[in-house]
Design a binder for this molecule. Structure first.
Ligand SMILES: [Zn+2]
Length: 190
């Protein structure tokens, strides 16, 4: 994950271990992508008024930037995203077999995470076995978490329509999500 170091104010990437595998390298490069966009003044900072919404802010940030970062890693630096995506997807699907009632702030987090997955995983258009797994994931979400799945799809569709390249694009995505879940009192951007 990326964060600003409290003592130095410097952007930092926290590694749980030294990157040894290709997936580790991808994860580090992805976080670096967030930092580079920030240095290039291409990213918005989300401010939380309520600490219960820190994760929500993180997921909105992901929706605003993850796809464009992964697209760049894939097209410019030839990163193979499929292996990492499959790992995450396989893990996620273990929990989607049964429908559980989702409440409180989790009811906002889950469609946001779904939207981020849809945006990233749809980057893979040349791997049939990946596409089959991705269809399975979407089917599980639709069968067991229908309204959450639909909201995630709406957010992903809107974000694709707006685009991700500029700060103005990101502000529009942010506003769309903030209005959808009436979060204006807890989250703002600068
Ligand atoms: Zn990210």
């Amino acid at each position: 994950m990326t964060a600003v170091d409290n003592e130095t104010g410097i952007d930092s990437i926290w590694l749980q271990r030294l990157p040894v595998t290709l997936t580790d390298a991808y994860l580090a490069a992805h976080e670096l992508g967030h930092v580079i966009r920030k240095v290039d003044n291409l990213s918005l900072l989300i401010v939380e008024e309520d600490l219960n919404y820190v994760d929500v802010a993180g997921y909105i940030k992901s929706i605003m930037e993850d796809r464009v970062i992964d697209k760049m890693l894939r097209e410019k630096y030839n990163f193979i995203l499929v292996d990492h995506y499959i790992d995450v997807m396989t893990n996620v699907m273990k929990f989607l077999d049964i429908s559980i009632v989702v409440t409180g702030v989790n009811r906002i987090k889950m469609p946001l995470v779904h939207a981020d997955y849809l945006l990233r995983w749809s980057l893979i258009d040349d791997d049939e076995s990946f596409k089959r797994e991705f269809d399975k994931y979407k089917r599980l979400m639709n069968e067991n978490y229908q309204s959450i799945a639909e909201e995630g799809e709406d957010i992903a569709r809107e974000a694709m329509k707006i685009g991700f390249e500029t700060r103005d694009n990101q502000k529009q995505i942010f506003d769309y999500i903030i209005n959808k879940y009436t979060l204006a009192e807890v989250l703002s951007v600068k």
